[in-house]
Ligand binder design. Structure first.
Ligand code: SAH
Length: 374
């Protein structure tokens, strides 16, 4: 996409975005695609976090000042439990897609899930995120049983599900069993791009239907997309922003695409770091109240990627609580970090990283700035 030439400078665009919370397509295009060595949009990723702090340029400074205005230094933690890597879907980018026969498949039992929650609870986590492939072993009644067990044992915790596309009835049943939140990235809001990332039987319409159903049922909803995925254009990223403005989710998760071995996209480029940071900063300015995680993918593409994410406007980290023997098989992409660490070690490491970036972890359940957790 060629951005129509605009008179406004990058600084002017950043100021406008900061003050009004929106830009038109052409202005967004200029801010997203600007690569004329314009320092105002560059975080110096090749340098250390310490230097990043000094050299943060305008877009990032403004995003950070917006996040501090609303959230101060607070960083929320969510404990991730990767409950199954069986998946009936075949998304071209994903390392645990059905056709990847190199994956050693596992699923966690109820007891394993409960003891993982217990360990997380003792470490201070008050949100458990159950994520997995689309695994029909976990029928609705099985899922509801798991959710209500967690709900009964931890009435003071939030339960987040991230188990893919289901019917409205299924989402309703999980909600009634005690789940409060659901994460489902839309992946891309452009139909033609969606087709290039997914097999024919999947559809963007259904993905969107799921998200609107979840919202109507009463879930706090998280959506998002990969940055730098194969065939993605600036125009697609603008569509992602427009879709999110319509959906108005509570959480927006974005991360760089990272190629996964034995997938159709294994040979694609791995260069989404800078653009992801820039998109985080833009999203923070458009959605000042959103929960925006500094994702594991960001930490996997660069040793200090999550710190940089926080400094660009992110305010959530999702440490991995999955038992180590399973974790190594939940390989969505290559070189995923923290594959062998114990949760205790993970949380210590994350505390250091968060404070090094200039923020602090708070152990609350919800998002006090947006919706009261009930
Ligand atoms: N089955 C669930 C969980 C998917 S895994 C669902 O459909 O929501 C969580 C996220 O990991 C995906 O939404 C996708 O955006 C991301 N992901 C998958 N493969 C990836 C890759 N190769 N690089 C970066 N992120 C990836």
């Amino acid at each position: 996409m060629k951005c129509l030439s605009k008179d406004m400078t990058i600084q002017g665009l950043v100021d406008k975005l900061y003050n009004s919370g929106n830009l038109d397509d052409d202005e967004l295009c200029k801010l997203i695609a600007d690569d004329e060595k314009n320092d105002l949009c560059k975080l110096h990723v090749e340098k250390s976090v310490e230097l990043c702090k000094l050299e943060q340029t305008s877009l990032f400074k403004m995003a950070d000042s917006k996040r501090r205005e609303i959230y101060g230094e607070d960083v929320y933690i969510r404990g991730l439990i990767e409950m199954t890597n069986y998946c009936k879907n075949d998304c071209f980018y994903c390392g645990i897609r059905r056709s990847n026969s190199c994956v050693k498949r596992y699923r966690m039992t109820d007891d394993e899930i409960m003891s993982t929650c217990q360990r997380g609870y003792e470490l201070g986590f008050r949100t458990f995120v159950l994520q997995g492939g689309e695994d029909s072993f976990y029928t609705d009644s099985k899922m509801c049983e798991i959710v209500s067990k967690i709900r009964n044992r931890y009435p003071d915790c939030a339960i987040t599900l991230s188990i893919g596309e289901k019917s409205r009835e299924s989402y309703k049943a999980y909600f009634e069993a005690g789940a409060n939140r659901y994460l489902l990235r839309h992946e891309t809001a452009s139909d033609s791009h969606y087709r290039k990332l997914h097999p024919d039987y999947m559809s963007l319409d259904n993905r969107k239907r799921c998200l609107y159903d979840l919202k109507e049922i009463g879930y706090q909803v998280g959506s998002g997309f990969m940055v730098g995925s194969p065939y993605q254009t600036t125009d697609d990223l603008i569509k992602d922003i427009r879709f999110l403005q319509d959906l108005d989710p509570d959480m927006i998760g974005i991360g760089p695409f990272i190629p996964a071995a034995n997938t159709p996209f294994e040979k694609f480029a791995n260069d989404g770091l800078e653009l992801t940071l820039r998109m985080i900063a833009i999203l923070r300015l458009i959605f000042p109240y959103a929960l925006i995680p500094a994702t594991t993918a960001l930490g996997s593409i660069h040793p200090e990627g999550r710190e940089m994410g926080l400094m660009s406007g992110a305010n959530v980290i999702m440490p991995n609580l999955t038992p180590t023997q399973n974790r190594k098989n939940y390989k969505l992409y290559d070189n995923k970090i923290c594959m062998d660490d114990d949760p205790e070690i993970c949380i210590g490491c994350i505390e250091n990283r968060v404070s090094k970036a200039g923020y602090k972890i708070v152990n609350n359940i919800g998002n006090p700035k947006r919706k009261e957790f009930k």
